[in-house]
Design a protein around this ligand. Structure first.
Ligand SMILES: Nc1ncnc2c1ncn2[C@@H]1O[C@H](COP(=O)(O)OP(=O)(O)O)[C@@H](O)[C@H]1O
Ligand SMILES: [Mg+2]
Length: 238
């Protein structure tokens, strides 16, 4: 997927994205970092085609994404944010989530990838355990991993995690971190995070500030430059 000189504003007054260019290769794990309000979620909204860029274009395998039917496009993108929505229903129904074409094998595989399989087997009725208000109560981290399993069960081509670990305690974050490591080289991932530890394993990082990509490179490359945003922020956090 390629962003080429993408410019965007929600209204005419303020430019939110300026000349944003980057590529995400198939199978790559790309981290998108930068301060709050930089425009990271706006980039996601544009990828999901909730908004159209005012300038530039986004292509996939060289073809403008607008040429692809919106439903086909969205089917191929898995999006996980901080919002964790679970139904008061069985774990299985929460993973299959109205999509009967997902087989039990696919559900199990997705649960394993999401690092929640062993936990599910330890629940009273395994995949048939009812969770939620009137059922078995789960921690935020367990809920988040079920949501990730739900998204993975749809077998998206690209997975976008938008601050998906921000609301989690450290222990749960470590478990999600393992999920992310599991996904490396299996699926294309765009990982938006404000904890730098989360993006250290990415193949490439994009640093967004005020709607502009200020730096891009591997974590090692950015760390080697004492003037980089990445270097400065990682030293503040230490
Ligand atoms: N729907 C919207 N309408 C107008 N402005 C918005 C909207 N969503 C976000 N913004 C503004 O766009 C800028 C970038 O926001 P966002 O992409 O959410 O940043 P980030 O995800 O990096 O924190 C912010 O200044 C924000 O206030
Ligand atoms: Mg955001």
């Amino acid at each position: 997927m390629e962003f080429k000189n993408v410019g965007f504003s929600y209204d005419q007054s303020k430019l939110i994205l300026k000349n944003v260019s980057f590529t995400i290769k198939k199978g790559e794990m790309v981290g998108l970092i930068g301060p709050s309000g930089a425009g990271k979620t706006t980039i996601v909204d544009i990828i999901l085609r909730l908004f159209n860029p005012n300038k530039g274009e986004i292509s996939i395998d060289g073809e403008n994404i607008n040429k692809i039917k919106i439903n086909d496009w969205r089917k191929n993108i898995g999006y996980v944010s901080q919002d964790i929505f679970l139904k008061n229903d069985t774990i299985a129904n929460n993973i299959k989530f109205y999509n009967d074409s997902i087989t039990d094998e696919e559900m199990v595989e997705a649960a394993k990838m999401a690092n929640i399989y062993d936990f599910i087997l330890s629940c009273p009725d395994k995949f048939s355990t009812v969770i939620g208000e009137r059922g078995f109560l789960l921690s935020v981290g367990q809920r988040q991993r079920i949501v990730i399993a739900r998204i993975l069960a749809r077998r998206p081509e690209i997975l976008i995690l938008d601050e998906a670990t921000s609301a989690l305690d450290n222990e749960s974050e470590v478990l999600i971190q393992k999920v992310i490591e599991n996904l490396k080289n299996k699926i294309t991932v765009l990982l938006i995070a404000h904890r730098l530890s989360t993006v250290m394993n990415c193949t490439k990082l994009l640093v967004l500030q005020n709607g502009e990509i200020k730096e891009q490179g591997s974590p090692e490359e950015l760390m080697a430059d004492p003037n980089s945003y990445f270097f400065k922020v990682s030293n503040i956090r230490k």
